[in-house]
Design a protein around this ligand. Sequence first.
Ligand code: AHG
Ligand code: MN
Ligand code: MN
Length: 347
Amino acid sequence: MAGNAVNHDCERHIGISFTEHVAESQHRLSPAARGELTSLLLHLMMAAKIIARETRKAGLVDILGLTGRTNVQGEKVQKLDDYADDIIIRNLRYTGHLCVMSSEEHEDIITIPERYAIGNYALTFDPLDGSSNIDANVSIGTIFSIQRRVSDGPTGTRQDILQRGKNQVCAGYIIYGSSTIMVYTTGHGVHGFTLDPSVGEFLLSHPDIRIPEQGRIYSVNEGNYYRWDAPARKLVEAFKSEENPRGEPYSSRYIGSLVADFHRNLLYGGIFIYPADAKSPSGKLRLLPEANPLAFVAHNAGGLATTGTQRILDIEPKRLHHRVPLIIGSRKDVEFAESFYSGGTGA
Ligand code: AHG
Ligand code: MN
Ligand code: MN
């Protein structure tokens, strides 16, 4: 009997494609919606599938031609992050759903060419996060954030991009690892899908992800320890001691791909920290393409994200490449971290 119950439970989500899931949830949330967001996400997933395919070939680059050089056909071989950037722009700009885009790889906003219709959403993305890991075959990913248009001119503007994180209507990421996984939220639960390459579809594999409220992992580039300010040092020392919410030392795990470090902590529980340091006094990570989308996912999975003194989703972006210190993950661990910055526990 128990076996049957488990089987039925699995059957409820096995075989549900991302296409079906996003269309159903959009219809449930706003029956009058015309499916624009659904269509936008499906185009983004198309781009992700192409990037996944190219990422898998990355190890062959030395055979097929070095990036930045010319391949045997006399064509310039693009760096994978430039390639991912191009693929996303080309798959999204003609959809009629976007008014403007912004990428970590571009200084300025990316406008929609005049020949295409202008839509009601703005997209910000990090085409390839953790790209320094590509040659070592370590997981990398694409991070995305979608906001509703706020400008009212003939095209979108910076104002559509420069919105607080709490205004996001959808955010998530795709990880190109041992399998290709995408995680997204529209503010109603966080759901994970795994790409089934045999059918070319993302299938629901992680319904309604909740981050454990307290973890056992801290993730930080500790090589920067002597450049950090006092709260960051004391916080990390606390995670290595018994003076923390768990009462025993946390495990240290750091991949160096934000998206992969975040995803592991989302599933297992834990905290990712990238503090300000003497070299990057505002922090290294970017608010719009990195911190905001992951913060939106974290909050919707029951976790938190802060700079230490301010919640990420409340920050008013000052510029496209605004950087922030980032502390993100399990609720109790992030609250513990905040206490170091508020003059509490260890500040
Ligand atoms: P990107 O590859 O998009 O430039 O991002 C790099 C990031 C991020 O993925 C990671 O968390 C962080 O840089 C690692 O930085 P350190 O090497 O300084 O630890
Ligand atoms: Mn990045
Ligand atoms: Mn990047």
